[in-house]
Design a protein around this ligand. Structure first.
Ligand code: BGC
Length: 271
Protein backbone atom coordinates (compact mmCIF):
# COMPACT_ATOMS: atom_id res chain seq x y z
CA UNK A 1 0.00 0.00 0.00
CA UNK A 2 1.65 3.24 -1.13
CA UNK A 3 0.67 5.27 1.90
CA UNK A 4 2.20 2.74 4.25
CA UNK A 5 5.46 2.45 2.34
CA UNK A 6 5.77 6.22 2.11
CA UNK A 7 5.27 6.47 5.81
CA UNK A 8 7.78 3.71 6.31
CA UNK A 9 10.40 5.27 4.03
CA UNK A 10 9.93 8.61 5.81
CA UNK A 11 10.41 6.86 9.13
CA UNK A 12 13.58 5.21 7.93
CA UNK A 13 14.99 8.49 6.76
CA UNK A 14 14.06 10.29 9.97
CA UNK A 15 16.11 8.11 12.27
CA UNK A 16 17.02 4.47 12.47
CA UNK A 17 16.48 4.63 16.24
CA UNK A 18 12.84 5.64 15.88
CA UNK A 19 10.59 3.40 17.93
CA UNK A 20 8.37 1.30 15.67
CA UNK A 21 4.74 0.72 16.59
CA UNK A 22 4.23 -2.55 18.40
CA UNK A 23 1.87 -3.94 15.76
CA UNK A 24 4.61 -3.58 13.17
CA UNK A 25 7.10 -5.57 15.23
CA UNK A 26 4.64 -8.41 15.68
CA UNK A 27 3.90 -8.68 11.98
CA UNK A 28 7.59 -8.73 11.11
CA UNK A 29 8.32 -11.66 13.34
CA UNK A 30 5.57 -13.81 11.92
CA UNK A 31 6.45 -13.07 8.30
CA UNK A 32 10.11 -13.99 8.57
CA UNK A 33 10.84 -17.65 7.97
CA UNK A 34 13.60 -20.22 8.02
CA UNK A 35 14.29 -22.24 4.87
CA UNK A 36 16.31 -25.13 6.27
CA UNK A 37 17.55 -28.65 5.74
CA UNK A 38 18.88 -29.17 9.30
CA UNK A 39 16.30 -28.33 11.96
CA UNK A 40 18.98 -27.79 14.64
CA UNK A 41 20.08 -24.69 12.76
CA UNK A 42 16.62 -23.14 13.02
CA UNK A 43 17.08 -23.21 16.78
CA UNK A 44 20.45 -21.51 16.43
CA UNK A 45 18.64 -18.51 14.93
CA UNK A 46 17.64 -17.62 18.45
CA UNK A 47 14.72 -19.80 19.49
CA UNK A 48 11.14 -18.65 19.52
CA UNK A 49 10.55 -15.17 18.20
CA UNK A 50 13.38 -15.11 15.67
CA UNK A 51 11.21 -16.58 12.92
CA UNK A 52 7.51 -17.23 12.70
CA UNK A 53 7.50 -20.12 10.25
CA UNK A 54 9.80 -22.62 8.58
CA UNK A 55 9.97 -25.03 5.66
CA UNK A 56 12.41 -27.64 4.43
CA UNK A 57 11.32 -28.11 0.79
CA UNK A 58 9.43 -31.24 1.74
CA UNK A 59 6.35 -32.71 3.31
CA UNK A 60 8.36 -33.22 6.46
CA UNK A 61 7.87 -36.25 8.54
CA UNK A 62 6.15 -36.52 11.85
CA UNK A 63 9.19 -38.41 13.05
CA UNK A 64 11.68 -36.11 11.44
CA UNK A 65 11.95 -32.59 10.27
CA UNK A 66 8.81 -31.10 11.78
CA UNK A 67 9.90 -32.03 15.28
CA UNK A 68 12.46 -29.88 16.98
CA UNK A 69 11.38 -26.52 15.65
CA UNK A 70 11.35 -23.78 18.29
CA UNK A 71 8.00 -23.27 20.01
CA UNK A 72 5.63 -21.12 18.06
CA UNK A 73 7.35 -21.67 14.70
CA UNK A 74 4.80 -22.89 12.16
CA UNK A 75 6.07 -25.71 9.93
CA UNK A 76 4.84 -25.33 6.35
CA UNK A 77 4.93 -28.50 4.22
CA UNK A 78 5.90 -28.26 0.57
CA UNK A 79 4.86 -30.64 -2.18
CA UNK A 80 8.23 -30.25 -3.92
CA UNK A 81 7.46 -32.03 -7.17
CA UNK A 82 5.66 -34.93 -8.79
CA UNK A 83 7.60 -37.47 -6.71
CA UNK A 84 5.89 -36.11 -3.57
CA UNK A 85 2.45 -36.68 -5.04
CA UNK A 86 2.72 -40.42 -4.25
CA UNK A 87 2.89 -39.69 -0.54
CA UNK A 88 0.74 -36.61 -0.50
CA UNK A 89 -1.55 -37.93 2.24
CA UNK A 90 1.39 -37.51 4.62
CA UNK A 91 0.78 -33.80 4.28
CA UNK A 92 -2.56 -34.12 6.00
CA UNK A 93 -0.97 -35.80 8.99
CA UNK A 94 1.74 -33.21 9.09
CA UNK A 95 -0.83 -30.47 9.03
CA UNK A 96 -3.03 -31.97 11.69
CA UNK A 97 -0.13 -32.67 14.01
CA UNK A 98 1.98 -29.59 13.65
CA UNK A 99 -0.59 -26.83 13.28
CA UNK A 100 0.42 -25.85 9.76
CA UNK A 101 -2.01 -23.48 8.15
CA UNK A 102 -0.63 -23.61 4.61
CA UNK A 103 0.64 -25.96 1.90
CA UNK A 104 3.32 -24.84 -0.55
CA UNK A 105 3.13 -26.12 -4.12
CA UNK A 106 5.90 -27.29 -6.41
CA UNK A 107 9.47 -25.96 -6.16
CA UNK A 108 10.64 -24.04 -9.23
CA UNK A 109 8.63 -26.03 -11.79
CA UNK A 110 9.98 -23.57 -14.37
CA UNK A 111 13.54 -24.93 -13.94
CA UNK A 112 14.65 -28.18 -15.55
CA UNK A 113 17.09 -28.70 -12.67
CA UNK A 114 14.31 -28.37 -10.07
CA UNK A 115 10.78 -29.82 -10.15
CA UNK A 116 10.51 -29.21 -13.92
CA UNK A 117 6.76 -29.43 -14.57
CA UNK A 118 5.03 -27.70 -17.45
CA UNK A 119 2.18 -25.33 -16.55
CA UNK A 120 -0.57 -27.58 -17.92
CA UNK A 121 0.60 -30.69 -16.05
CA UNK A 122 1.22 -28.63 -12.91
CA UNK A 123 -2.32 -27.21 -13.02
CA UNK A 124 -3.75 -30.73 -13.45
CA UNK A 125 -1.68 -32.18 -10.62
CA UNK A 126 -2.49 -29.23 -8.40
CA UNK A 127 -6.23 -29.45 -9.06
CA UNK A 128 -6.51 -33.19 -8.55
CA UNK A 129 -4.01 -33.80 -5.76
CA UNK A 130 -3.52 -30.63 -3.73
CA UNK A 131 -6.86 -28.83 -3.98
CA UNK A 132 -8.53 -31.66 -1.98
CA UNK A 133 -6.61 -30.31 1.06
CA UNK A 134 -8.27 -26.90 0.86
CA UNK A 135 -10.38 -27.68 3.93
CA UNK A 136 -7.23 -28.29 5.96
CA UNK A 137 -4.97 -25.47 4.86
CA UNK A 138 -4.58 -22.43 2.66
CA UNK A 139 -2.98 -23.26 -0.67
CA UNK A 140 0.03 -21.46 -2.09
CA UNK A 141 1.06 -21.63 -5.75
CA UNK A 142 4.07 -23.42 -7.14
CA UNK A 143 7.15 -21.28 -6.36
CA UNK A 144 8.49 -19.76 -9.57
CA UNK A 145 11.91 -18.24 -10.19
CA UNK A 146 12.62 -14.60 -10.98
CA UNK A 147 13.64 -15.50 -14.53
CA UNK A 148 12.34 -13.07 -17.15
CA UNK A 149 12.63 -15.66 -19.93
CA UNK A 150 9.21 -16.27 -21.50
CA UNK A 151 7.78 -19.51 -20.13
CA UNK A 152 9.70 -19.12 -16.89
CA UNK A 153 9.15 -17.08 -13.75
CA UNK A 154 5.95 -15.04 -13.56
CA UNK A 155 5.08 -15.97 -17.15
CA UNK A 156 5.12 -19.68 -16.15
CA UNK A 157 2.74 -18.75 -13.34
CA UNK A 158 0.41 -16.88 -15.71
CA UNK A 159 0.28 -19.92 -18.02
CA UNK A 160 -0.41 -22.15 -15.00
CA UNK A 161 -3.30 -19.89 -13.99
CA UNK A 162 -4.62 -19.97 -17.57
CA UNK A 163 -4.47 -23.78 -17.67
CA UNK A 164 -6.68 -24.24 -14.60
CA UNK A 165 -4.58 -22.84 -11.77
CA UNK A 166 -7.05 -20.00 -11.37
CA UNK A 167 -9.67 -22.56 -10.21
CA UNK A 168 -7.32 -24.07 -7.62
CA UNK A 169 -8.52 -22.00 -4.63
CA UNK A 170 -5.09 -20.40 -4.21
CA UNK A 171 -4.48 -17.91 -1.42
CA UNK A 172 -1.03 -16.85 -2.53
CA UNK A 173 1.73 -16.67 -5.13
CA UNK A 174 5.17 -17.99 -4.15
CA UNK A 175 8.30 -16.62 -5.83
CA UNK A 176 12.07 -16.96 -5.58
CA UNK A 177 14.63 -14.28 -6.38
CA UNK A 178 18.35 -14.30 -7.04
CA UNK A 179 19.97 -11.12 -8.27
CA UNK A 180 22.53 -8.46 -7.62
CA UNK A 181 20.96 -5.46 -5.91
CA UNK A 182 18.27 -4.45 -3.44
CA UNK A 183 16.64 -2.35 -6.17
CA UNK A 184 16.34 -5.35 -8.49
CA UNK A 185 14.83 -7.31 -5.64
CA UNK A 186 12.15 -4.77 -4.73
CA UNK A 187 11.31 -4.28 -8.42
CA UNK A 188 10.77 -8.01 -8.86
CA UNK A 189 8.69 -8.39 -5.68
CA UNK A 190 6.53 -5.47 -6.83
CA UNK A 191 5.94 -7.30 -10.14
CA UNK A 192 5.00 -10.42 -8.19
CA UNK A 193 2.58 -8.42 -6.03
CA UNK A 194 0.91 -6.93 -9.06
CA UNK A 195 0.67 -10.34 -10.78
CA UNK A 196 -0.88 -11.81 -7.62
CA UNK A 197 -3.36 -8.93 -7.49
CA UNK A 198 -4.39 -9.52 -11.11
CA UNK A 199 -5.57 -12.96 -10.05
CA UNK A 200 -7.12 -11.75 -6.81
CA UNK A 201 -4.51 -13.47 -4.63
CA UNK A 202 -4.08 -11.61 -1.33
CA UNK A 203 -0.70 -13.12 -0.39
CA UNK A 204 2.80 -13.16 -1.86
CA UNK A 205 5.39 -15.54 -0.38
CA UNK A 206 9.10 -15.00 -1.13
CA UNK A 207 10.29 -18.46 -0.21
CA UNK A 208 13.90 -18.10 -1.42
CA UNK A 209 15.91 -14.95 -1.98
CA UNK A 210 19.59 -14.11 -1.92
CA UNK A 211 22.27 -12.24 -3.80
CA UNK A 212 23.59 -14.23 -6.78
CA UNK A 213 27.03 -14.14 -5.24
CA UNK A 214 25.76 -15.98 -2.16
CA UNK A 215 24.03 -18.97 -3.76
CA UNK A 216 26.67 -21.35 -2.41
CA UNK A 217 27.22 -19.51 0.87
CA UNK A 218 27.75 -15.91 1.88
CA UNK A 219 30.81 -14.43 0.18
CA UNK A 220 31.10 -11.04 1.87
CA UNK A 221 29.14 -10.78 5.14
CA UNK A 222 29.12 -6.96 5.16
CA UNK A 223 27.62 -6.77 1.67
CA UNK A 224 24.99 -9.36 2.51
CA UNK A 225 24.08 -7.74 5.83
CA UNK A 226 23.71 -4.38 4.09
CA UNK A 227 21.44 -6.01 1.50
CA UNK A 228 19.28 -7.53 4.24
CA UNK A 229 19.22 -4.28 6.21
CA UNK A 230 17.91 -2.60 3.10
CA UNK A 231 15.29 -5.08 1.90
CA UNK A 232 13.86 -6.49 5.13
CA UNK A 233 12.24 -3.25 6.37
CA UNK A 234 10.84 -2.83 2.87
CA UNK A 235 9.40 -6.37 2.85
CA UNK A 236 7.99 -5.84 6.32
CA UNK A 237 6.22 -2.76 5.02
CA UNK A 238 4.47 -4.62 2.17
CA UNK A 239 1.19 -5.93 3.57
CA UNK A 240 0.77 -8.27 0.59
CA UNK A 241 4.08 -10.03 1.34
CA UNK A 242 2.94 -12.24 4.19
CA UNK A 243 5.93 -14.62 4.33
CA UNK A 244 9.58 -14.50 3.31
CA UNK A 245 12.57 -16.75 3.88
CA UNK A 246 16.15 -15.92 3.01
CA UNK A 247 18.16 -18.67 1.25
CA UNK A 248 19.04 -20.12 3.62
CA UNK A 249 19.23 -21.22 7.22
CA UNK A 250 22.40 -23.27 6.80
CA UNK A 251 26.13 -23.33 7.55
CA UNK A 252 28.00 -20.52 5.78
CA UNK A 253 24.77 -18.64 5.15
CA UNK A 254 23.05 -17.45 8.37
CA UNK A 255 25.04 -19.76 10.62
CA UNK A 256 28.75 -20.48 11.20
CA UNK A 257 29.85 -23.46 13.32
CA UNK A 258 26.29 -23.90 14.53
CA UNK A 259 25.90 -20.31 15.77
CA UNK A 260 24.25 -17.26 14.33
CA UNK A 261 26.81 -15.21 12.36
CA UNK A 262 26.69 -11.50 11.49
CA UNK A 263 24.42 -12.11 8.49
CA UNK A 264 22.12 -14.27 10.62
CA UNK A 265 22.06 -11.50 13.14
CA UNK A 266 21.04 -8.99 10.47
CA UNK A 267 18.29 -11.40 9.39
CA UNK A 268 16.71 -11.99 12.78
CA UNK A 269 17.20 -8.55 14.25
CA UNK A 270 15.27 -6.69 11.57
CA UNK A 271 12.72 -4.35 13.15
C1 BGC B 1 16.17 -27.65 -3.50
C2 BGC B 1 15.85 -28.38 -2.23
C3 BGC B 1 16.99 -28.24 -1.25
C4 BGC B 1 17.31 -26.79 -1.07
C5 BGC B 1 18.43 -26.52 -0.10
C6 BGC B 1 16.53 -26.23 -3.20
O1 BGC B 1 16.92 -25.58 -4.37
O2 BGC B 1 15.09 -27.69 -4.37
O3 BGC B 1 15.60 -29.72 -2.52
O4 BGC B 1 16.69 -28.85 -0.03
O5 BGC B 1 17.60 -26.18 -2.30
O6 BGC B 1 19.58 -27.16 -0.41
Amino acid sequence: MPSFSNWFAAGLMATSAMAMPHAHVKRTTSKRGAAYNDVALVNSLGGSGAVGWAYDWSLGSLLGSTTGLPNGVQYVPQIWGTSDLDSVATAVNTLLHSGSQYILGFNEPDMTSQSNIDPTDAANYYATQIVPFKGHAKLISPAVTSSMTPGMGLSWFEEFMGEGGSSCNLTGLAVHWYGDTADEFTTFVQQAMSTASQYGLPEVWVTEFALNADVNGVVDPDTTSAFLDSVLPWLDGQDQVTHYSYFMTAENYLVTDGSLNSVGNAYVSAA
